[in-house]
Design a binder for this molecule. Structure first.
Ligand code: GTP
Ligand code: MG
Ligand code: ZN
Length: 332
């Protein structure tokens, strides 16, 4: 049994109990691949046959994933892409200053929730804003109903670093997600204690330069595993409202002419999209792709919103339960 630590096109780097070796998919497995989702990704557990004569190892099996991170491939395609697998906790890193954006945070939350991973939020670069601003950011996240842990952190002042280190349990796998330039790799370097991985300065408006170019799994001294990811330019499918429309711009224009604003473009009378399909102005294929994606997307968003509602209710329950206990034990 081995674990994939990096993927470079066809070749994987895998860590076996004894060493880190290059490995390739067995021909039989290659033959079975039906979509990009079937390709091995960082974090996958695999059965590898060690190289006999110095060549690469052979991957004979990819074990079913317990959790996963995936996104829609950029552009118009309908395909999904695996980002990483078998992650226990995903740290969603948002820079406090220019990067902070509730909408983006929500999209990451949906992505993490979709893959059954526990989310935690890191507000990075707290050194660039005032205490009041930081409090406002945290309030904004809480007010939107997100109950995930929030850890304010600065690689510069060291705020939150010890708390972050304490979060990491041996044997568990974590990943860092977030825009380019928010300080993900710098955080890993701080953890390790030296500049093991490349980082690069951001522009005056905080834009990163996409320094980390491949996902890789790092084994930390205390036994926890951490996956660094490159900042994603495009999150792909996340929200029913806008994720779908990316790459399907013609539908946005057409639906403006539907009779009902919330038209699903399926059975409603006066639907401009269906009319365009009937007239042959829009292909059946494209229409089918769109409705399929829209349904999937709605499903993810719904399950996420549902979960959030439950979390919120559970949070209230905990709070009142705690208060009850406190009241009971208060000296009369
Ligand atoms: N002010 C401030 N700057 C920081 C902090 N952490 C990192 N930086 C700087 O931000 C820049 C980008 O950091 P990286 O660690 O390369 O960012 P990244 O998230 O790994 O970016 P990608 O690899 O492009 O996805 C570097 O110049 C860091 O020195 C911080 O806490 N405060
Ligand atoms: Mg990086
Ligand atoms: Zn319609």
């Amino acid at each position: 049994m081995a674990r994939i630590t990096a993927v470079d096109r066809d070749a994987c780097l895998v860590r076996t109990p004894n060493a880190e070796i290059h490995a390739e998919l067995a021909g039989r497995l290659r033959f079975q691949i039906q979509s990009a989702l079937d390709l091995p990704c960082v974090g996958d557990w695999v059965c590898v046959q060690s190289p006999s004569s110095g060549g690469p190892g052979i991957i004979h099996e990819v074990l079913p994933r317990k959790t996963y991170l995936r996104r829609k491939c950029p552009g118009r395609s309908m395909d999904f892409q695996m980002i990483a697998a078998n992650i226990d906790v995903a740290f969603i890193v948002q820079g406090c200053q220019y990067d902070f954006n509730m909408h983006r945070l929500d999209r990451y939350m949906v992505m993490v929730n979709d893959g059954h991973i526990e989310p935690q939020i890191i507000l990075s670069k707290t050194d660039l804003i005032s205490r009041e601003e930081l409090t406002r950011r945290i309030d904004e996240i809480r007010n939107s109903g997100i109950s995930a842990d929030i850890l304010p952190l600065s690689n510069t002042t060291g705020l939150g670093l010890n708390e972050f280190r304490d979060e990491l349990e041996p044997g568990k796998t974590y990943c860092l997600l977030g825009s380019s330039g928010v300080g993900k790799t710098t955080l890993i370097n701080r953890l390790i204690g030296h500049e093991a991985f490349d980082t690069k300065a951001v522009s005056a408006t905080g834009e990163g330069t996409h320094t980390t170019s491949r996902r890789q799994l790092i084994l930390l001294a205390q036994g926890a595993m951490l996956i660094d990811t490159p900042g994603m330019r495009e999150l792909g499918l996340m929200g029913a409202s806008d994720g779908v429309n990316m790459g399907f711009e013609e539908f946005v224009g057409l639906s403006a002419n539907c009779r009902y604003a919330n038209c699903s473009h399926e059975h409603e009378p006066g639907c401009a999209v269906r009319t365009a399909v009937e007239k042959g102005e829009l292909s059946e294929d494209r229409y089918a792709s769109y409705t399929k994606l829209k349904k999937e997307s709605e499903h993810y968003e719904m399950s996420y919103l549902d979960k959030r509602k439950r979390d919120k209710a559970f949070g209230r329950f905990l709070k009142s339960a705690k208060k009850e206990i406190k009241d009971k034990h208060r000296p009369k």
